[in-house]
Design a binder for this molecule. Structure first.
Ligand SMILES: Nc1ncnc2c1ncn2[C@@H]1O[C@H](COP(=O)(O)OP(=O)(O)OP(=O)(O)O)[C@@H](O)[C@H]1O
Length: 412
């Protein structure tokens, strides 16, 4: 089986990790102090969005210093009990032959579910206090209130999304190693769509490039469009979960932010997120309706100076609401019905145009007659008893697939 590129090209040494200089320096300093025999009182909490190198940094550090990593995915190891069983002994025992020591890693501590993990946080805190080895934690969101006690026992290092130009460099290296031709513009499209998430960028590159010798801009565009759709879930989630004005407003400066689709998405996502909290839902929908009024005004009167109020109402207006419920880590937002419908209508119009053109050529009739008389008749025929043979015949004459013909004949 071939190794996924994110693994194949995962940096093995700190010097190959792109950006994140502050984190590298801090980690090296902590390990340096520990190697000199200092008893560490605090852990290190690496915080940051997905795919920016949190886990990679720790493994690269271990590699550089000849350390063994004892890794626990905090959300897998359900209870404090298990943590103490697995790590308890290990933090006192010395390392396997060939290693200078260990790094204890608790990955994704914000995945801890406090209700189920009673004792989990307490146990991690105990490990930090008792371990003979450095303890490192990772989290997407270090400001989660449930992590407060852990935060106090750690030095928190905030990692940022990677710069677009750095993601391009990373992708370029992979293309070179895989001997794939790819223009800078194509790589830039992939990097932009990843919003600084190296994992997403590498996965997208692999999707379009594996097994090929060249990648065109068109390939990259198709994938970045898909990535944009996926990203919308994330952008909407960030906006809804924002805890202050600044955080909510920040989503509008994301490179891929597109306010028109954002508006559609957030309007459909707010009821999902606040479904059981009427006051929060009322406030958010009220603000969104005001954003919509401003949008209409901008479109009619071209008063673009109102734009900032509209953006604030769409983002902060959806996040800063009264009686905001405690939101789960994972909210199941739907794909907006409106966008799904628009896509369908767009596809239907396209395929209908093709059908009309083909029928015009075959039957020598004008588009008007086809539209007004032939299409309604075909609609009835394909629903009738001999529907399937009519479809087959139409498909033969026009070269369209039967599903496409059905779509072209559906009523909007
Ligand atoms: N700074 C970086 N330099 C080089 N490669 C990187 C960097 N960040 C991420 N990558 C690439 O992306 C992949 C995923 O990174 P990593 O697992 O470290 O992300 P993470 O920040 O821990 O994300 P998560 O929070 O989702 O676990 C790595 O295998 C590596 O190939």
């Amino acid at each position: 089986m071939s190794i996924p590129w994110v693994e194949k090209y995962r940096p093995r040494s700190l010097k190959d990790v792109v950006d994140q200089e502050e984190a590298k320096a801090k980690l090296e300093e902590v390990v340096g102090r520990w190697l000199k025999g200092e008893q560490l009182r605090k852990g290190v909490l690496l915080a940051g969005p997905p795919g920016v190198g949190k886990t990679t940094l720790i493994h690269a550090l271990a590699n550089d210093y000849g350390l063994e990593v004892l890794e626990l995915n905090a959300s897998d190891e359900r209870t404090g009990d298990r943590i103490s069983r697995i790590v308890g002994r290990s933090i006192r025992e010395s390392s396997l032959f060939g290693f200078r020591g260990k790094l204890i890693l608790f990955d994704e501590v914000d995945g801890l579910d406090l209700k189920e993990d009673r004792g989990g946080v307490g146990e991690i805190i105990k490990v930090i206090g008792e371990s003979r080895f450095p303890v490192v934690l990772t989290a997407n969101d270090p400001w989660d209130p449930k992590l407060r006690d852990l935060r106090e026992r750690c030095e928190v290092i905030q990692l940022k999304p990677l710069k677009e130009s750095d993601v391009v460099k990373l992708l370029r290296k992979i293309c070179d190693a895989e001997k794939i031709r790819c223009s800078d513009d194509a790589l830039r499209l992939l990097a932009k769509a990843s919003m600084g998430d190296a994992r997403a960028a590498i996965n997208d590159l692999e999707l379009v490039a594996r097994g090929r010798s060249a990648v065109t801009e068109e390939d990259a565009e198709a994938i970045s469009y898909r990535a944009h759709q996926v990203d919308m879930f994330r952008v909407v989630d960030m906006a809804i979960k924002a805890r202050n004005f600044e955080e909510a407003r920040r989503v509008t400066s994301l490179p891929s932010f597109d306010w028109e689709s954002f508006f559609t998405w957030i309007t459909e996502s707010v009821p999902v997120a606040y479904g059981s909290a009427p006051m929060a839902l009322f406030d958010a929908m009220n603000n969104l309706s005001r954003a919509d009024l401003i949008r209409g005004r901008i479109e009619r009167l071209q008063e673009w100076e109102l734009m900032r109020y509209m953006l604030e109402l769409m983002t902060a207006g959806a996040a800063l609401v009264r009686e905001k419920p405690k939101l789960p880590f994972f909210i199941k937002y739907g794909y907006p019905a409106k966008i799904r419908l628009l896509n369908k209508i767009r596809a239907m119009r396209q395929v209908r145009e093709v059908l009309i053109r083909k029928l015009r050529e075959e039957a020598h009739l004008g588009s008007r007659v086809i539209n007004l008389e032939v299409l309604p008749m075909l609609r009835l025929l394909i629903r009738g008893e001999r529907g399937s043979s009519v479809l087959a015949e139409l498909s033969r004459v026009t070269g369209l697939g039967e599903e496409e013909i059905r779509l072209a004949l559906s009523t909007d």
